[in-house]
Every structure is written in structure tokens, then in C-alpha cells.
Design a protein around this ligand. Structure first.
Ligand code: CU
Length: 114
């Protein structure tokens, strides 16, 4: 009989310690940039640190999302493909498409307000 309360407490502690992880994953802010008509839309976005940016290629021609500083590179994205990158640190990140180098975009990352 004395074991039952201990098991209950362990179960409650276990459930409570898993919740914050799940909540954090759900709450990661996400912003989408479409690739449409040989352009990044919008070409310049400003996000808070920790934001996940998702690019989606709507064109029937392949494109890439390639950081000028080499910090990320999607590789070839076919029509309908997506590429996601989490921007953890504040800064200005310029990127382009390797196939069409005139296609350029910028992600400005601001300090997350907490
Ligand atoms: Cu391209």
C-alpha cells in the first residue's frame, strides 16, 4: 500500500517534465518565404532569434537557398519542395540561388524578446 503514492508521484513528475519540451517545439515561431517567378517573396524578412524560416519553391524550375557566408544551403529544390532553417543568432543573413545568382534574399534576425 505504501508504494502506490510513490508510483503516483513518479508518474506526475514524469508527465510534468515532458510537457515543457513538447510546448517548446510547438511554439517555435515559423515564417514562410515562397520562391515564385524567380524571386524570393518576400526578399527581405525580419524575424526574432529562434524563428524557423521555411522556403517553398512554387516554380517548375529548381532553385536553391544558399547562404552567402555558407552557413546553410538547401541544395536543389524541385517544385513543391521546402527547406527549413532555424535562425538562432541575431544578425543579417544574405542568401541567393546558385542556379540563378540574381535571385537574392535577406533574413534579418533580431534579439528574441523574453
Ligand atoms: Cu533559382
Amino acid at each position: 500500500m505504501k508504494l502506490i503514492p510513490i508510483i503516483l508521484i513518479l508518474a506526475l513528475v514524469g508527465a510534468a517534465s515532458f510537457k515543457p519540451l513538447a510546448a517548446a517545439a510547438d511554439e517555435a515561431p515559423t515564417t514562410q518565404v515562397t520562391i515564385d517567378g524567380y524571386a524570393f517573396k518576400a526578399p527581405s524578412i525580419t524575424v526574432a532569434a529562434g524563428t524557423v524560416v521555411v522556403w517553398k519553391n512554387l516554380d517548375d524550375d529548381p532553385h536553391t537557398v544558399t547562404a552567402v557566408d555558407g552557413s546553410f544551403d538547401s541544395g536543389g529544390l524541385a517544385q513543391g519542395d521546402t527547406f527549413r532553417h532555424t535562425f538562432s543568432k541575431p544578425g543579417t543573413y544574405q542568401y541567393y540561388c546558385k542556379v540563378h545568382p540574381m535571385m537574392r534574399g535577406t533574413v534579418i534576425v533580431k534579439e528574441a524578446s523574453s
